[in-house]
Every structure is written in structure tokens, then in C-alpha cells.
Design a protein around this ligand. Structure first.
Ligand SMILES: Cc1c2[nH]c(c1CCC(=O)O)Cc1[nH]c(c(CCC(=O)O)c1C)Cc1[nH]c(c(CCC(=O)O)c1C)Cc1[nH]c(c(CCC(=O)O)c1C)C2
Length: 369
């Protein structure tokens, strides 16, 4: 028995800062909540030190390691949410695919799916509780160790993004191998997307059961699709996930939790995303905040969207950029974040300046109302 196996998903410490959850539901807040995608990452020296010499997915399989890496950024910065340290590619692994994280290359599948016949290689029946139980245990442990400081976000990759990795075998600029399936093998594509959806739904409900207080679905590869392909191969599955997770929680007797959909470079789909049953729509930096508010018609809260590269600017400059961003989004129904993840060469001090600027500017705006 591992040392924390006795820790159960109950009797969690009381939540002290629920600003993120209130903003997600469009409720009143004292300041705009802020967190950063990839806040548990290589820009932190303590992260690099902790991960040194360890295999990435081995780390993902250790609840203690995931807990430590999730908590690291919160010791430095007053973030309003934590996101569990894990990766979206644990789902293809659960389906039986080999995925390795190679230094300097990123995630690599030695045997990607090439033709529809390769779908036979995937596990017919995935026992989510046993294949991904290590993520659930990491969430439960982290929720306890967070001591109610801030809410814990769980996450999954969206079906299209996972499908594209499974076919490309790793990162890609064109995603042409995966898109070839959409145009040449649309039926097999739907079979795969449906299988992924079924597993993701169970995985996300399991995360909430384990202690996650919000969920984010990453459609990181929305940008290589056009509006027509997105409507056929991405949107229906994103909607299905939101609806079925919410139904699943109800069936389990669990409270509803806010869900965030982040479709990177999916600006063409903003109206659709705002009606896809997620409480929050995450935005990359290519979208103008006021245009996003208009196009989503106040139906959802918004999250984002400073260009991560703005963190290379001076602190004064970061503060000015944040000021304009918060004014443009408004303080209600807004969660500040970057438009994508932090890069490994970013200065932790700039991240601190970003967080502080969000809190300071939003407090000032809220006090003057
Ligand atoms: C820190 C980290 C992660 N994954 C990878 C790293 C860097 C490698 C290392 O530390 O050794 C490899 C790692 N994992 C992945 C990549 C991208 C590779 C590529 O496609 O080019 C890399 C370098 C795949 C991945 N993984 C993830 C996404 C979706 C978000 C996004 O769009 O960036 C994607 C696309 C999700 C993810 N991945 C991770 C988190 C942790 C929580 C946090 O955000 O702090 C999350 C939410 C953790």
C-alpha cells in the first residue's frame, strides 16, 4: 500500500477562497480571480529540480508527486485556483497506447494510429477507475493538502485534440495526418471521437467524485479545423461531454460544478461555444475581449486571455496590459488567465506581477462602482 492510499475523498477542508467558483457562475466577487495555464511547470526552478531525472508519466502516476507539483506555484503566488498536475495524454494511454515524453521533443507515440483498422488495437473496454485511478488519487490527496486555500481544477483533453495526437504520434503544425482521417475516413473518425467521449465523461465525473471542484476541457487543436469541420467533429462531442458530465454528477448525488471549455484558436466558434453547456469559455489572445463579450451575449463567464509573451515585458508594462484587459472584460463573470500556457523560459517574477496586477486593478474597479 502506498503511503497515502488511505486518504479518502471526503471530509475535505472548508474552502476559504471561492472567488474563482463565484466568477465562473457569474456571481459577485471582491477581485477578479486569476490562475495560469501551465502554472505547474518548467518556468519554476523548484519544478525543474523536482522533476529532474524522473520520467514524466511516472511522475503523473505518483499522487504524491502530482500533489507537490500542483502546490508549488501556490506557495509563490496568490493564485485563485490550482490545477491538478497531470497531462491530457493519460487518456490515450488508458486506451492502451504507448506514449512517451521525450526531452526536447515532447509527447511521442511510437505506434500512432495510421488507418481505421488500427482502431482494433485500442482496448475494447476501458476500466477508467483502474486505468486512471492514479489521477483520482492525486486529486483526492491534493484537495486535502490544499487545506481549502483555493479550489482544485480537474481537466481532460477534448476528443478531437486527443484523436489528433493519437494519429499524428506527437505535436504537429499541420495536423494533416489526423485531418486526413476527417476527410477520408469520417465514419471511423466519429467512431474514435465517440469512444474518447465516453471515456472522458467517465474520467471527468470520476475527477469530481475524487475532489475536483471545477473542470476544464482542452480543445488545444481547434485552430487547425475550420468552422465546418469544427461543427462536425469537435463541437458535438464538447457539448455531449458537458451534458453527460452534469447528468453523471446528478446521478451520483454530487453538486454541479463549473466547467470551462478552452478551444485554442477556435475564434470562429465563439457563439457556438457559448451555447455548449459550459459555464465558462476560455479565450486565447487572438480574441478581443469586448468582441468576445458581445458575441457570447452575457450567456457565459469568460476566461483569459493575455498573450503569454506579454510576460516578457517589464512589470510596468504588464500592469498596463492587465489594466486594459480587465477593463475590457469587466469584473463580472471574468477569470483572468493567459491566452495559453506559460513557457519554460518565463520569469516567475513576471508571473507574480501578472497576478498582482489582476488583483490590484480589479479591486480598484470594484471599489469605484
Ligand atoms: C508541465 C508539463 C505538462 N505536460 C508537459 C509538461 C512539460 C514537460 C515536463 O515537465 O517534463 C508535456 C507536454 N504535454 C503536452 C505538450 C504539448 C506538445 C505539443 O503538442 O507540441 C507538452 C510539451 C500535451 C498537452 N498537455 C496539456 C495540453 C493542453 C493544454 C495546452 O494546450 O497546452 C496539451 C496539448 C495539458 C497539461 N499538461 C500539463 C498540465 C498541468 C497542469 C498545469 O497546467 O499547470 C496540463 C493542464 C503538464
Amino acid at each position: 500500500m502506498e503511503k497515502n492510499d488511505h486518504i479518502l475523498p471526503k471530509d475535505f477542508p472548508e474552502l476559504k477562497n471561492d472567488t474563482f467558483l463565484r466568477a465562473a457562475r457569474g456571481e459577485e466577487v471582491e477581485h477578479v480571480p486569476v490562475w495560469c495555464m501551465r502554472q505547474a511547470g518548467r518556468y519554476l526552478p523548484e519544478f525543474r529540480e523536482f522533476r529532474a531525472g524522473k520520467d514524466f508519466f511516472q511522475t503523473c502516476r505518483s499522487p504524491e508527486d502530482c500533489c507537490e507539483l500542483t502546490l508549488q506555484p501556490l506557495r509563490r503566488f496568490p493564485f485563485d485556483a490550482a490545477i491538478i498536475f497531470s497531462d491530457i495524454l493519460v487518456v490515450p494511454q488508458a486506451l492502451g497506447m504507448d506514449v512517451q515524453m521525450l526531452a526536447g521533443k515532447g509527447p511521442t507515440f511510437p505506434e500512432p494510429l495510421k488507418e481505421p483498422d488500427d482502431l482494433q488495437r485500442l482496448r475494447k473496454k476501458v476500466d477508467v477507475a483502474s486505468e486512471l485511478g492514479y489521477v483520482f488519487r492525486a486529486i483526492t490527496l491534493t484537495r486535502h493538502k490544499l487545506e481549502g486555500k483555493v479550489p482544485l481544477i480537474g481537466f481532460s483533453g477534448a476528443p478531437w485534440t486527443l484523436m489528433s495526437y493519437m494519429i499524428e504520434g506527437g505535436g504537429s503544425t499541420t495536423h494533416s495526418k489526423a485531418k486526413r482521417w476527417l476527410y477520408r475516413h469520417p465514419e471511423a473518425s466519429h467512431v474514435l471521437l465517440k469512444r474518447l467521449t465516453d471515456i472522458i465523461v467517465e474520467y471527468l465525473v470520476g475527477q469530481v467524485k475524487a475532489g475536483a471542484q471545477a473542470l476544464q476541457v482542452f480543445e488545444s487543436h481547434a485552430g487547425c479545423l475550420g468552422p465546418v469541420e469544427f461543427k462536425e467533429f469537435a463541437l458535438p462531442y464538447l457539448k455531449d461531454i458537458a451534458c453527460r458530465v452534469k447528468d453523471g454528477l446528478k446521478e451520483e448525488g454530487l453538486d454541479n460544478i463549473p466547467m470551462v471549455v478552452f478551444a485554442k484558436d477556435g475564434h470562429y466558434a465563439l457563439e457556438d461555444l457559448s451555447q455548449s453547456h459550459y459555464e465558462v469559455v476560455g479565450l486565447d489572445w487572438t480574441i478581443d475581449p469586448r468582441a468576445a463579450r458581445n458575441r457570447t451575449g452575457g450567456k457565459v463567464s469568460l476566461q483569459g486571455n493575455m498573450d503569454p509573451c506579454a510576460l516578457y515585458a517589464t512589470k510596468e508594462c504588464i500592469s498596463e496590459i492587465v489594466k486594459s484587459m480587465v477593463e475590457a472584460f469587466g469584473t463580472r463573470g471574468y477569470i483572468a488567465n493567459l491566452g495559453h500556457g506559460l513557457y519554460p523560459d518565463m520569469d516567475p517574477e513576471s508571473v507574480g506581477a501578472f497576478v498582482e496586477a489582476v488583483h490590484a486593478h480589479s479591486r480598484r474597479l470594484l471599489n469605484h462602482k
